[in-house]
Design a binder for this molecule. Structure first.
Ligand code: FAD
Length: 277
């Protein structure tokens, strides 16, 4: 623990999860600090560092899923988990910041930052669940309940684990435009996960994430396209555009005109990658 000076915040670094939760229970407004690369700009009087909390830095494989500790650094995910990590996450992680940043930044910080980072929409697409703990107990939040722009722990909670189902996909795409330094509206990323057998879609997940406004993903569309014979027809294309429009009311703010035109070109590109006539 460091002493508070007139200019520096008081930093608490509890040595266990229980100690961290007890501290948070006494002071629910203390600023949680994982890697510290995406903290809110508002200065905090007191900081709770998760650096010594080893319980949230574990990778635990089960038969049908893998639990990833929220305190794992982005590089630990790649280096220690590369054989277990879904290829979609692996390709996204390699584009995230640079090597030193990935040593510092964590999985939990990426999901809980405002707005959620690159991994947020992908974990939603992969059907992940988030485990939050507080001094009073724990709760799981399924990805279908996640908010549009990043995870929101309740006061007194720490995000501890992310549970990702083990599934195989034979088409995996992830791309992003803009960097972390680009103006908020210029950032966009998009993904496709598909299982395609004999020119037929047996499962599909696709989405476009505008950190400034939220994730466009339409589960009804994904269900609708299941069983669809490829290539896509112009009618299928129309269906996809209509599905995005249905999601507009759930964005936290309307898309700017240039974001809407990007939406069109990105959708065309995604359709082309899956296959069109
Ligand atoms: C130069 C630069 C480039 C970057 N490039 C990218 C990029 O390409 N893609 C991208 O997605 N991000 C990028 N980032 C943002 C950031 O580095 C990552 O999102 C990183 O994963 C954040 O993790 P962290 O541990 O540093 O979060 P922190 O800064 O420690 O925390 C971020 C927020 O999450 C909360 N939090 C953290 N962990 C927990 C937890 N376990 N429980 C509850 N709350 C928690 C904190 O209280 C805080 O509000 C970049 C940042 C910089 C400075």
């Amino acid at each position: 623990m460091w002493e508070k000076s007139s200019s520096a915040p008081l930093v608490n670094a509890p040595p266990s999860l229980q100690a961290a939760l007890n501290l948070l229970n006494r002071n629910p407004n203390i600023q949680i600090w994982a890697g510290g690369t995406a903290l809110p700009s508002k200065p905090a009087d007191q900081i709770l560092s998760l650096n010594l909390v080893d319980e949230i830095k574990k990778i635990t494989p089960w038969e049908r899923f893998v639990d990833w500790g929220a305190g794992l650094s982005l590089n630990q995910l790649v280096l220690q988990g590369k054989n277990l990590l879904p290829p979609l996450l692996l390709s996204a992680l390699k584009t995230l910041g640079n090597y030193p940043l990935r040593n510092q930044g964590t999985l939990g910080g990426n999901l809980c930052s405002e707005p959620g980072g690159d991994l947020f929409p992908l974990l939603q697409a992969l059907g992940a669940q988030a485990e939050f703990r507080s001094a009073k107990g724990f709760r799981w939040e399924a990805s279908s309940q996640w908010p549009a722009r990043g995870l929101k722990p309740l006061p007194g909670e720490i995000l501890c684990r992310i549970r990702i189902p083990k599934e195989t996909w034979n088409l995996t795409l992830f791309e992003k435009l803009g960097t972390h330094r680009s103006a908020g509206e210029e950032q966009v990323s998009y993904f496709v996960l598909a299982r395609i057998t004999r020119e037929t879609i047996s499962a599909l997940r696709m989405g476009i994430y505008f950190p400034s406004a939220g994730l466009l993903r339409n589960r009804a569309l994904e269900a609708n396209l299941q069983g669809r014979k490829l290539p896509f027809t112009p009618q299928d294309k129309e269906l996809i555009y209509k599905a995005w429009e249905e999601e507009f009311p759930f964005l936290t703010k309307p898309l700017a005109p240039f974001q809407s035109s990007r939406l069109t070109s990105i959708t065309d590109w995604m359709i082309k990658q899956i296959r069109e006539e």
